[in-house]
Design a protein around this ligand. Structure first.
Ligand code: SF4
Ligand code: FES
Length: 251
């Protein structure tokens, strides 16, 4: 079947404004959006910019907005996007939001990864070496942070978040998921500095539970739930120490 790929193009070095360019592509219902993008760059227009690497939903590099929703191009089939298999459908493709466009569908992920790094997304070992040199953990303890290990840093949630529309300084859903991965790890000794990074005016507190991040996550991570659990953990931690959280007063 023939589809029109309406792609938002922008090269900050040469264009004043973004513009939409349409490409006609022959696809099968089981083709992925990434197949059509590769067809365009190989056969019609080699100047189209987009990222991709694994092509199998693992690396997170080809997240973009497809018909207004954040998705991985390599995991999105035309049969799941289009109502019928007849010719003439249009598929709209745009870059992710909340990050500056480098070229066409490629965004500058610098600020996204800066926020990710700010929550110390790595294991901090305890000072004392455990017996037999192993950090033991029960299956139940492991299950507590299993959900958060699935993140592939694709930034779909960052683009979908309505809080970042009004507050670009908000830490964003992905960084909180990355922090939760370690907050709930019984072996980790980095809780205090990690919670300090989260418990700030623009840390976890701006989240209003709109669930947009959860709706678009290609790994089906229950992001909003993890954010709310992290808020609860911060409150418990501060209460135990007789301290106040940085949560702004409501009203
Ligand atoms: S939480 Fe989900 S949507 Fe957000 S970066 Fe990770 S995989 Fe992507
Ligand atoms: S190209 Fe790696 S997730 Fe799509």
């Amino acid at each position: 079947m023939n589809v029109t790929m309406a792609i938002k193009r922008f090269n900050p070095e040469t264009d004043k404004e973004p513009h939409v360019r349409e490409y006609s592509v022959e696809v099968k219902p089981t083709d992925r959006v990434l197949d059509a993008l590769m067809d365009i760059t190989q056969n019609q227009d080699g100047t189209l910019g987009y990222r991709r690497s694994c092509a199998h939903g693992v690396c997170g590099s080809d997240a973009m907005r497809i018909n207004g929703k954040e998705k991985l191009a390599c995991k999105t089939l035309f049969q799941d996007l289009l109502e019928s298999e007849s010719d003439g459908a249009t598929v709209e493709i745009e870059p992710l939001r909340h990050l500056p466009v480098q070229k066409d569908l490629m965004v500058d992920q610098g600020r996204f990864f800066e926020k990710f790094r700010s929550v110390k997304p790595y294991f901090v070992p305890r000072a004392e070496v455990p017996e037999r040199g192993e950090y033991l953990q029960s299956p139940e303890e492991r299950a507590l942070f299993d959900e958060a290990t699935k993140c592939i840093n694709c930034a779909a949630c960052y683009s979908a978040c309505p809080i970042l529309d009004k507050n670009p300084e908000f830490l964003g859903p992905q960084a909180i998921v990355a922090a939760a991965r370690f907050v709930y790890d019984s072996r980790d000794a980095g809780l205090a500095p990690r919670l300090d990074a989260l418990d700030t005016e623009n840390g976890v507190w701006p989240c209003e539970s709109h669930f947009e991040c959860t709706r678009v996550c290609p790994r089906d991570i229950k992001i909003t739930k993890l954010i709310n659990l992290t808020k609860r953990e911060i409150k418990k931690y501060r209460e135990q120490r007789g301290e106040k959280t940085a949560e702004p007063k409501k009203g």
